[in-house]
Design a protein around this ligand. Structure first.
Ligand SMILES: Nc1ncnc2c1ncn2[C@@H]1O[C@H](COP(=O)(O)OP(=O)(O)O)[C@@H](O)[C@H]1O
Ligand SMILES: [Mg+2]
Length: 493
């Protein structure tokens, strides 16, 4: 190779004579001047590569695949010659394999592959134009190739270190590049998904509506969308780019599930606090006239002799008392009445609360089981604790009355000496709570009961009271079998 000439030499390693002839023709059609050396195995090719200056190697993938050390052998001779794998149509995934093995590029042998060939050659020519006849230049060239290879690796490492999901697709929605995170999202490695239509990974038959590839400029005007994909919220942004003069797009997907959840929670808390202020205002406003109604009704009841009038007055009196209870509940809910703590025994509080309710429990034939453990005294507001127990008891009764089995409510107490927590469990064999409503039961005004039976405040009040004592309350339920509420109270002091 001492003759200075512009003529490039290409090595074509191929077994099938027919294919080889076709390729040769394709080369001639699109490129000149070009010398094509045809060989049928890699061993011979290595010989040629070591003795002649070759600008590029085109190799059938089947041969490439059956000689695993081929590229390494070429590199051994310190030659950085671009190797292009020839892939049969329909076997696109092999392209990724070839690139992974160190191929410079690939050529897809489909109906219009001459078009591709010119592009591939263009790129090879760009790379090979560094080729000069002098050995110094060859050395220079191999350094440059190594640098390109290194910087490519460097960038790949950088995008692989990004935890957001990044992928680049071409006009046919096929993945050209991706980072590790995106491939891992589907339990795969990047090489496994290269050249696959991206939407298939999501289990779809066609692209998402937010995919801008193939859309008019209008459709592409939005550059970030929020979408749920397989139960996860993503912020998806895209950037159009060019790849070999073809349109492509870079997609970046960010998992924003947690952010969304926090945002919703803040919004919910905000709503609750304004509701609290509103409620306590209204409750105070109602309390005064209500006290008047109750007082005057009591007076009229004492003064009146007529039975019918007395009956009506009693109705007014009872209803007014009911209103007062509701208002008191609302005030407790908005925590306007400060807790008055004293040292109490939880078992005793439960006993007294159940006693107050005994008559009703008897009439509904519900069995009460007391499984009390030895528990330390706790500093709580007795009235408020009674209210919590009562709310849980009434809920249990309601849940039982919706079934036709004999009711059973168990009160279990124990002390966790390690965590220094008093545990109270109230378990019933009622109808249970469906999975989808379980997360809502502590929400104020959430009820599944008819208007005269439930206000939806019971559990939210209980939750508020327990939280104020520094404890926690949670519900566990097996729909159709029963529910248990578990309260954890920290030890005083
Ligand atoms: N022990 C229980 N068994 C079944 N469902 C329950 C139980 N306790 C509470 N719930 C459910 O939680 C909802 C909210 O309860 P609560 O806040 O006490 O309001 P209310 O009892 O007024 O409906 C109830 O409507 C009911 O659907
Ligand atoms: Mg209730």
């Amino acid at each position: 190779m001492n003759i200075k000439s512009d003529k490039k030499k290409v090595l074509l390693i191929n077994k099938t004579i027919k294919d080889g002839a076709l390729l040769e023709k394709a080369f001639r059609d699109i490129s000149s001047p070009l010398e094509i050396i045809r060989l049928r195995d890699t061993q011979k090719a290595l010989g040629v590569l070591n003795s002649e200056k070759i600008d590029a190697v085109f190799i059938d993938y089947a041969l490439f695949n059956s000689s695993p050390g081929f590229i390494r052998e070429i590199r051994k001779g310190n030659l950085y010659i671009p190797v292009i794998a020839i892939i049969q149509k329909g076997k696109e995934l092999q392209a990724a394999e070839a690139i992974k093995e160190g191929a410079y590029d690939y050529l897809l042998k489909d109906a219009g592959y001459e078009g591709q060939l010119s592009r591939v050659l263009e790129r090879v020519r760009g790379a090979a134009s560094l080729n000069k006849d002098k050995d110094d230049d060859l050395e220079q060239q191999s350094i440059l190739f190594r640098q390109i290879y290194k910087s490519q690796k460097w960038w790949q490492n950088i995008i692989d270190s990004i935890t957001d999901y990044i992928f680049v697709i071409d006009q046919n929605y096929k993945i050209l590049r991706t980072n590790k995170a995106f491939a891992n999202l589907f339990g795969k490695e990047p090489a496994d998904i290269i050249m696959r239509p991206y939407y298939e990974l999501f289990g779809l038959k066609q692209p998402h509506e937010w995919c801008v590839i193939g859309k008019s400029a209008d459709g592409a005007s939005q550059s970030a969308v929020e979408r749920t994909l397989n139960d996860t919220y993503y912020l998806i942004s895209y950037y159009p780019i060019f790849y070999d003069e073809h349109k492509a797009a870079v997609y970046i997907m960010k998992d924003i599930t947690e952010t969304r959840r926090l945002k919703d929670q803040v919004y919910h808390l905000d709503k609750l606090s304004s509701l609290g202020t509103l409620t306590s205002g209204v409750a105070h406003e109602i309390n005064n006239p209500l006290t008047g109604i109750i007082g005057y009704t009591e007076m009229l009841l004492m003064k009146n002799e007529d039975d019918t009038t007395k009956k009506y007055l009693r109705n007014v009196y009872d209803s007014a008392l009911r209103c007062k209870r509701i208002v008191e509940n609302m005030l407790t809910f908005s925590r306007q009445t400060p807790a008055q703590k004293s040292v109490e025994n939880i078992n005793d509080i439960i006993d007294k609360t159940v006693e107050l309710h005994e008559y009703w429990l008897k009439s509904t034939n519900i069995e009460i089981i007391r499984s009390y453990g030895k528990v330390p005294y706790v500093a709580v507001d007795r009235q408020q604790m009674q209210q919590v127990i009562l709310n849980l008891l009434i809920n249990a009764e309601h849940a039982i009355s919706d079934t036709d089995r004999r009711g059973r409510i168990e009160f279990k107490t124990s002390f966790d000496s390690e965590l220094k927590l008093t545990l109270i469990e109230v378990a019933d064999n009622g109808k249970g709570i469906p999975k989808d409503i379980l997360p809502k039961i502590f929400d104020p005004f959430f009820t599944t009961k008819p208007v005269n039976k439930g206000t939806g405040l019971g559990l939210s009040i209980a939750h508020g009271i327990i939280a104020e004592q520094g404890g926690s309350i949670e519900a566990r339920s097996v729909p159709g079998k029963g529910t248990s509420f578990i309260i954890r109270l920290p030890q005083a002091g």
